[in-house]
Write a protein that binds this ligand. Structure first.
Ligand code: CU
Length: 395
């Protein structure tokens, strides 16, 4: 493992009490997707439980984590920087931030288009709400690389050099969460003061998940933020199906604990304070694009023939003219068609799926040229696995 410099400071999702009484959700109309479990670096797998002492901003703190394939995974989706022989100590707050709020990023060449689209949406959302900029890496030393893989995880804060974020299959909201870690945020429910705000039902937590509910002795600023995109979902690590975390006080209307729709006003206030940024005014429109490019296509605004999706509408550029088509008219959705055509109308089941596919139990599911495909691996005496060249496949 490469040497990485620092662990980030523990930060709550909320910095200013006036800004985030309990985390108004800015983008939220439909907030129903917080059911079930959240981001996992190694979904469905159990690692060896290990302990280490790390230097926290409040002094040394003991943490429990799971070891998988030489990686230290904390609270399900946070990768800790394991030094030798103990975890590396914390740097100062400024050392783990991204200079001038600019995060150079790269996509691994095997990252599928649908994942790139979700991750781009996540970067654009953070950019629009906070002014943090994501720029395609050229030769910057420190950068994040989005890599394919079945899980979702990130290190916390800028680590120095290349640092990996896995966010290929956690959708745009999960990618916002992982990017939140990379910007310096830890999980909201790990705050030392969390017991005043939430009740942890230990009897409902699966034995392998119990260590993920420890508190972390870090810096806390601002009010507890139930609506933070960095908060666990209510059923996290539940083995009874009943909630493992419940709020101790009524949530304000519109606030959903464990939501993955958008950063809350508390998350935004924290990032603005940390990075000394001013919130972009809605009148000014979004901040600079994650990957600013000249606009050679006139009204197409940089869009090429490969196009993009705006919900179920596909938009593309043809002879300098912006074209749109409502896929719903065909009973379809908009999604990645193939590398040659780009985005087009596809089977609705392909909207969130690309050729890399996924496993649904022992069934491999993927999409080719907008057509949904599936193969029952069990019927062939095989299991569904992630392969390097073909994505999810029977082997
Ligand atoms: Cu997380």
């Amino acid at each position: 493992m490469q040497s990485r410099g620092f662990l980030a400071v523990l930060l709550s999702g909320c910095t200013f009490a006036w800004a985030c009484a309990d985390g108004e959700i800015l983008d939220g109309a439909d907030l129903t997707e917080q059911e079930g479990e959240g981001e996992r670096a190694f979904p469905g797998m159990v690692g060896d439980l290990e302990r280490a002492v790390i230097e926290g901003p409040g002094g040394p703190m003991e943490v429990e984590y799971e070891a998988f394939e030489g990686r230290a995974i904390f609270e399900g989706d946070i990768e800790l920087n394991v030094g030798e022989p103990t975890l590396r100590s914390l740097g100062s707050k400024k050392e783990m931030l991204w200079k001038d709020g600019i995060v150079p990023y790269a996509f691994h060449k095997k990252l599928g288009q649908s994942s790139r689209r979700d991750i781009t949406t996540a970067m654009e959302t953070w950019n629009r709400l906070t002014g943090i900029r994501f720029v395609a890496r050229t030769d910057e030393r420190d950068y994040v690389e989005f890599v394919t893989g079945k899980g979702c995880d990130s290190l916390v804060g800028r680590q120095g050099g290349r640092q990996i974020i896995h966010a290929a299959y956690c959708k745009a909201g999960g990618a916002m969460h992982e990017i939140g870690h990379a910007l310096g945020l830890w999980h909201e429910q790990s705050r030392p003061d969390r017991d005043e705000y939430v009740e942890i039902h230990r009897g409902r937590i699966s034995p392998r998940g119990r260590h993920n509910f420890n508190k972390v002795n870090g810096l806390v600023v601002g009010a507890y933020d139930y609506g933070s995109i960095m908060h666990y979902r209510p059923n996290e690590w539940s083995w009874t199906g009943r909630p493992t975390i419940t709020p101790r006080r009524p949530l304000s209307p519109g606030v959903v604990m464990g939501q993955r729709k958008a950063p809350s006003s508390g998350d935004i206030a924290t990032i603005l304070a940390l990075y000394d940024l001013t919130a972009p005014s809605p009148d000014q429109g979004p901040g600079p694009n994650p990957d600013p490019k000249p606009n050679p296509n006139g009204e197409c605004g940089g869009l090429d023939y490969k196009g993009r999706c705006a919900d179920s509408v596909v938009e593309w550029c043809e002879s300098g003219k912006l074209k749109r088509y409502e896929c719903a008219k065909l009973g379809k959705g908009c999604g990645w068609f193939n590398d040659r055509e780009g985005f087009d109308c596809v089977d609705k089941r392909c909207v969130d799926l690309n050729y890399t596919g996924r496993c649904s139990g022992a069934t491999a599911e993927w999409c080719k040229d907008g057509v949904f495909k599936r193969k029952d691996c069990a019927a062939a005496g095989k299991s569904c696995v992630l392969t390097e060249s073909d994505g999810y496949y029977c082997e």
